[in-house]
Design a binder for this molecule. Sequence first.
Ligand code: AMP
Ligand code: GLY
Length: 423
Amino acid sequence: MNILLLGSGGREHALAWKMKQSAKINNLYVAPGNAGTATVAENVAINATDFEAIKDFVLTNNINMLVVGPEDPLVKGVSNFFKNDSQLNHIPVIGPSKEGAQLEGSKDFAKQFMLRHNIPTARYKSFTLDNIKEGYEFLEQLDAPYVLKADGLAAGKGVLIINDIDEAKRELHNMLNGMFGEASETVVIEEFLSGIECSVFVLTDGDSYKILPVAKDYKRIGEGDTGLNTGGMGAVSPVSFADDIFMNKVEERIVIPTVEGLKKDKIDYKGFIFLGLIEVKGEPMVIEYNVRMGDPETEAVMLRIKSDFVDLLEGVAYNKLASKKLEIDERYAVTVMLVAGGYPGDYKKGDVISNLDTINSSIVFHAGTKCSDGKILTNGGRVMAISSYGNSKSEALTTSYANAEKIQFEGKYYRKDIGFDLQ
Ligand code: AMP
Ligand code: GLY
């Protein structure tokens, strides 16, 4: 089978690494990819949202399946583009329809979906400029801190958590007046939930589903979960508090109603559902849906999947997921992200990365890298994810940290406390 994977981050390197191990893979391509994906697949210089160029490539190279890494092409309708094109509609896309992608593309849509299907989530209301006064009144009914969310995609920056009511009102005003462009023309205000978070990934063919290994990511730049939000600084899997009792609740109260809800609403959904969950006094609640795998969670989760991943994706594509077996590696898997100095603020690109040949016992997934004149250069804020197995969390972390220290580039930074809050 020939597969084209869209995306260019650490998640895509991890997905490509896993797919490449499949006996079913013939040619694997990544568009546009990075220096890491180039080691396991062939990079193609096509932007992940350039649907016409993707079509040309797919037809010329006899692609049998499109796997979508990031949310952008999904929210822009790549699945519908394939379905509505007579030359492409026989080629399965792993990723939901444009409507299904609204679970991530519109927080208001996601909240309405959860309300409609009785899925536990924070109490909320949505506001536009037309009813901003009601927004102020709703804020007054809530206790601090106040959670304000831009409805649309805002590059991970669209959620504000504010302690002071007057500041919350000011920010509501700013958001509705273009702070995040179109994305904040509608703002969801919701009740603050206090608890510990984890990421649950579900693979579905629209009828049945498999729950992939649960992970926890570390979003803040600073140790002890302090400082600015990032795309994610590391991840661990499994997650100690997400035990069988908790995961049974997740399955019964969230996974099944979500898959059934999509079916009831006649939303075409084949692909990944990423549940951003919070545990509130032992009970799981949904903070957000994403319609893709997480990054850097994928860089840990892929290590724990023993089954042939392409076989599972084929199950998704041809409605045969129920007949496939998902085998999980019992070991721990962790990933530690190396980032460029200054990230998530301004940072440099183009610095030489050295000592990659000295790594042992870890798998280095590239995130923001590129190859130039035979050298690997930094090419993004998150540079590479150092992933390792261990019989315990600390054993896996020790391996990742030993290798994180070896790899060199100017301004390298990483958090040294990944997994600190878990047993
Ligand atoms: P989101 O983009 O919806 O995942 O929000 C980003 C982050 O904001 C989440 O990972 C949480 O840490 C935090 N957050 C979002 N909604 C809430 C909430 N209702 N209560 C507490 N924290 C929240
Ligand atoms: N690690 C969180 C995300 O991928 O959105």
